[in-house]
Design a protein around this ligand. Structure first.
Ligand code: UGB
Length: 596
């Protein structure tokens, strides 16, 4: 009461609302007026921001939270009335005829696309201190995720525009959703690196607001333990991306510019762009309004399962069921063993990798009705089975893949399954958790993410006729992985199967200890026998033929302990470093034809 005199009429209203919503604990330890008044005003500034940035305000947030927390405590099945079954979708195998056709179609469509990277997450499971998009996706070249993504989009743009011969849009835009945790560091990374070659005007940084954390089942707002005048906040989830694209007018702008597709992707999947051309081709040819990319999923793997849900009233939808909900849903509908592998060794439900392709027209039309709001959920970690206390504060969240939940049955919602070795290798788990992953399930760590790049590139080169040695097994940070030759290339060297095939000729071979780095657009490998390290760098316009025998001591992988604080964090978390002993470097700085 004594503090009321400090407040503006709006702040008094907010204080009343908080008291009505049973949030009196927020003021319990406040000293009388005259003491720490500035901090008290700052508290109300934060309350006003939280209130303004949530549809319906904080009261609505607290009300929804109470309902969802009560459902969670009661163990209520969010899929009441629905029966799950395995849906059918487009299943593609790299290099097969239909894969190549879809890739061709995808390259044609790419110039009409816009990309959206969701990168507002803290990466809590990884425990890395920087932003995840700044992490190297492999340590052979040290290229970071953001650089790789931008270079991939630029390579797509160039290939697609070449086919279009000057018709239609010529630049593919990239929007990046950040949060308070990632905005400045993402901006900084782009500015310090000249936007990795993209025009600054092609990139738009969006920022999602955080939501208040909750301390208990009555949705009492959580106070920061270090500052009693601050409410703890956390990101609301990647689902915010829809309302942001709508409220900023970006989606409308893209639509008016003649764009047809929007592609959403996550912060740390170094393989993704190998799957983009074919999956975009599927969207175009099958005329999907919504197309989700999927990979075969191991039971209990921490990725959602794409599921067909049929309601008692006959409604059906194909939707992602999140990993923590799939098992209870199956058990509740007569599958006594829950989320288990079938005879293939995989879960029968394809794994959602949250790479979504939407057709812009129908998407914009839907958002004009909903404003982009997405159904929320809560996922508290309870202290014990009484479900009365949380291990740490929780908050409401929403997921971008839940968008189709509100679509009418006429919407064309499909999915495309590709091999995980080609399409999916995220970096999500810290070394300790990764080492505990059940044998046979993917680690989703910095170690496995990097090794997956070498494996995919080795398998792709094998498909186009290169003899690549078998991998060897090695253990890094407690994880056993296959170590293939370290084969890496810039996206502009090869985006599609046909592209890559056209650049490899004769009898080429690469031994297991080898490293090859291809940094130019027109580098042709012709009768190359590599046993060591070879780095080829060629400017655009340099047509280079590389062949013959290359033999040297090469680049060696050496173990690093993740607890060794003398080693940089991005190296430690993968458990190895590369010792560059000896290599052959071929550099072509002027356009022209070169052969050796
Ligand atoms: N992200 C944001 O931009 N904002 C946020 O508020 C939160 C996250 P996680 P998650 O592919 O492996 C998803 O935390 O949510 C960004 C799917 O739900 O890495 O546990 C964040 O920066 C799941 O079905 O993943 O699981 C990151 O880029 C499955 O597909 C992205 O959102 C799983 O990903 C994902 O955030 C997967």
């Amino acid at each position: 009461q004594k503090n009321l005199s400090l407040l503006s009429p709006e702040q008094v209203e907010l204080a009343k609302m908080l008291l009505e919503m049973n949030q009196g604990h927020l003021f319990q330890h406040w000293p009388e007026a005259g003491v720490e008044d500035d901090a008290k005003r700052a508290f109300f500034d934060q309350i006003a921001r939280l209130n303004a940035s949530y549809p319906g305000g904080l009261a609505s947030y607290i009300k929804t939270a109470r309902e969802l927390l009560a459902d969670s405590k009661a163990g209520k099945n969010p899929y009441e009335g629905f029966t799950p079954s395995v849906p059918s979708g487009e299943v593609l195998t790299f290099g097969e005829d239909n894969f190549v056709q879809f890739e061709d179609a995808g390259i044609r469509e790419a110039r009409k696309a816009a990309f959206v990277l969701v990168a507002g997450g803290l990466g809590e499971r990884l425990g890395y201190n920087g932003i995840k998009v700044a992490l190297p996706l492999e340590s052979t070249t040290g290229t970071c995720f953001l650089q790789h993504y931008i270079e991939s989009i630029l390579a797509l743009q160039e290939s697609s525009c070449k086919l279009a011969q000057g018709e239609g849009p010529t630049e593919i835009p990239l929007a990046i959703m950040t949060s308070d945790d990632t905005y400045l560091r993402t901006k900084d990374l782009l500015e310090k690196n000249a936007y990795f070659g993209m025009k600054p005007s092609q990139i738009k940084l969006l920022k999602q607001e955080k939501v208040a954390c909750l301390d208990d089942n009555d949705a009492r707002l959580a106070v920061d333990p270090h500052n009693k005048y601050t409410i703890q906040t956390k990101p609301h989830g990647h689902g915010d991306v829809h309302s942001l694209l709508y409220s900023t007018g970006l989606l409308k702008e893209w639509h008016e510019a003649g764009r047809r597709w929007v592609l959403f992707f996550q912060d740390t999947n170094g393989l993704l762009f190998k799957a983009i051309p074919a999956s975009l081709g599927v969207s175009a040819i099958k005329e999907y309004h919504v197309n989700s990319l999927a990979v075969p999923r191991k039971a209990k793997e921490a990725i959602g399962g794409i599921t067909k849900l049929t309601h008692q009233d006959g409604r059906t939808m194909v939707i992602n069921v999140e990993y923590n909900q799939l098992d209870p849903l199956l058990r509740a509908t007569g599958h006594a063993d829950g989320d288990v592998n079938c005879e293939t060794g995989f879960s029968p439900f394809p794994g959602n990798i949250n790479q979504l392709i939407f057709e812009i027209g129908p998407y914009l039309e839907e958002l004009s009705k909903t404003g982009g709001s997405i159904k929320e959920f809560v996922n508290p970690k309870y202290k014990d089975s009484t479900k009365t206390a949380f291990k740490s504060s929780t908050r409401l969240e929403c997921m971008m893949q839940d968008y189709p939940k509100t679509l009418p049955p006429s919407a064309r919602v499909g999915f495309t399954v590709m091999d995980a070795w080609l399409a999916y290798a995220p970096v999500k788990n810290n070394p300790e958790d990764a080492a505990k992953v059940p044998k046979g399930n993917p680690y989703h760590s910095a170690t496995s993410g990097e090794m997956a790049i070498y494996r995919a590139n080795s398998l792709i080169l094998r498909k186009v006729g290169v003899k690549v040695d078998e991998p060897v097994q090695q253990v890094f940070n407690g994880q056993e992985v296959d170590v293939w030759p370290r084969i890496v290339w810039k996206p502009k060297w090869g985006l599609t199967y046909s592209d890559i095939k056209s650049k490899v000729g004769g009898n080429c071979s690469i031994t297991g200890k080898s490293t090859i780095v291809l940094k130019g657009k027109s580098i042709n490998l012709e009768n190359l026998a590599l046993d060591g390290a070879l780095v080829v760098d060629a400017v655009d316009g340099a047509e280079v033929k590389v062949g013959g025998s290359v033999h040297n001591a090469g680049w060696i992988i050496e173990n690093v302990d993740f607890k060794d604080a003398s080693v940089p964090e991005e190296v430690r978390i993968r458990g190895f470093k590369i010792n560059k002993i000896e290599q052959v470097e071929k550099t072509y700085k002027e356009p022209g034809n070169y052969s050796n």
